[in-house]
Design a protein around this ligand. Sequence first.
Ligand code: 6R9
Length: 660
Amino acid sequence: MTVEPATPASEKVYPVPERLLAGGNVPKPWVSSFDEYKAKWEESVQNPTKFFGNLARELLSWSKPFETVTNGSFEQGDIAWFLEGELNVAFNCVDRHALANPDKIAIIHEGDEPENVRKITYRELLQQVSRVANVLKSLDVRKGDNVAIYMPMVPEAVFAMLACARIGAVHSVVFAGFSSDSLRDRINDAGARVVLTADEGRRGGKNIATKRIVDKALETAPTVEHVLVLRRTGSDVPFTAGRDLWWHDEMAKARPYCPPTSMNAEDPLFLLYTSGSTGTPKGVVHTTGGYLLGAAATVKYVFDYHEGDIHACMADVGWITGHTYIVYGPLALGATTVLFESTPTYPDPARFWNLVEKHKVTQFYTAPTAIRALRRLGDKWVQQADLSSLRVIGSVGEPINPEAWEWYNEQVGKGQCAVVDTYWQTETGSIIVTPLPGATATKPGSATFPFFGIQPVILDPVTGQELEGNDVTGVLAIKQPWPSMARSVYNNHYRYLDTYLKPYKGHYFTGDGATRDKDGYIWIRGRVDDVINVSGHRLSTAEIESALILHHSVVEAAVVGGNDELTGQCIHAYVTLKPNIDDAKDLDKELVLQVRKVIGPFAAPKKIYIVNDLPKTRSGKIMRRILRKIVNGEQDSLGDISTLADSSVVDHLIKCVHKV
Ligand code: 6R9
């Protein structure tokens, strides 16, 4: 494992925009100086019991108070927070706001067509969530059962998640861009008995065959008894009598109130599958109390949420960012959250900015890949909209390059907004390294400083020794547990220990490399394991390789990440073929299709190289470092290749990739 040496890309420092502290028509930030942040952070790590005990009482409603704030350790892997406490997540995200403020808008759904806007009040949300909860109960879903959700970005997807939470069922949302094979594997791993889906999805003016994908997946998913189908587009879709039920039929029968089930703070809230270093995705387990606290606390402090704000996170609910920053965090605070069904460029590249103007969005959150794509399309699109409602603009999913950061700050934030480059992971549950709007001077490209409760350390990748002080580069680890961290991998706690807690004893290992610069700012340098990040989507090289090998012509495959101006990284695949495959014509297209089919369209390789051999050590290990350097044009600095079994393969590979 290597981490490239430190070369922070920008030395510019941007102070907190004056507008945020001037006390004009914007609210005073919750934390309004760096000293205040530091004092709070110190307290949070030195006395987590007091800090998080108070915060959990302030931000959440408990049906039974907790006595112990935190217990367990990284050594034992038995982390638990708020142990005796009981609460219900749906009660926290819906009921308490519906009771106090029934007419407040909870969800603004901006449909695929910009004119299709649907607003849902907290009163209505409570009724809808209750109804779905009662439908689930009628299908015999009980506390602790796993429910799969494979839905487009419509309010019903949120109702479904909250309905599970209401009755103590554990949802597993599968991103609707995943293929039927991926969906099937996730359903089977979780043993889900019920799947919630829609006839079709709609995105960027196109229909997506959601139900057909589900049907295909269910051919080999024996645990599924029922499929609840939402009518989204009204197209004709196959229907399996007995198994499939129409959403509207069942909802019409269901009573619009369902009492929330009191859950222990450590009961699981959801599973979310994510890619790791090996071929099979892991079902990351998040629990009720700690996760919700992390979600709520970061919306409050990182997005500086104040009553009346309109919070717009552009992610999909199929990813952790959607879970935490569309659904659970904003709704826990009683906010108005925007659910966006479309794409940044449909019908034109002004879509995001028109959305901000139309709904008077105050917090806007997207990924660097979208920022880069929109920047490339020119400033006229962003300049035509009134963006003056914005206060905080965020970035997540991958490192943001300084050029994109500067553009976001100038063109979108007009130099008047806090830009928060937020670093976190599916496993961390909520943001862990980030600026705070009123407190942190930012450097473009740096996620800056730890959030409350997070003690990041930089370790020597080989010895595991902590690299103290500033100006150090290594792997990023966390020294003590925090409330919203994942507690396990579903049905595979050993894998949880192995992946996160064993690599560096006494620490949580993030899998990312990082630098702490001379001023103590943290710069995330990307994954140090076999995970690649394409447009903020996390993909396992092993998973793509397994998909390629399923093709009858392929013997071996090796996948590496190439640098890509737009998507951050992109997928390059080297494959060797079986002997006697004469007709390799169009094989690359077939292989791309193969990956789309097995994983999903977003995992499609950008380049496929058909090669005679792969660079292997004498023990047969593929040296990916060499493959990576070749695709990135660094063939002149391949480093030590003396351990290769046959070093002549390198010239052949360079010829294949660079056609020289
Ligand atoms: C929330 C999310 C996690 C991986 C993570 C890292 C990368 C996320 C980042 C970032 C640099 C940031 N990542 N945010 N890298 N700067 N602000 O994206 O979760 O899909 O699990 O991906 O994404 O490599 O390890 P997830």
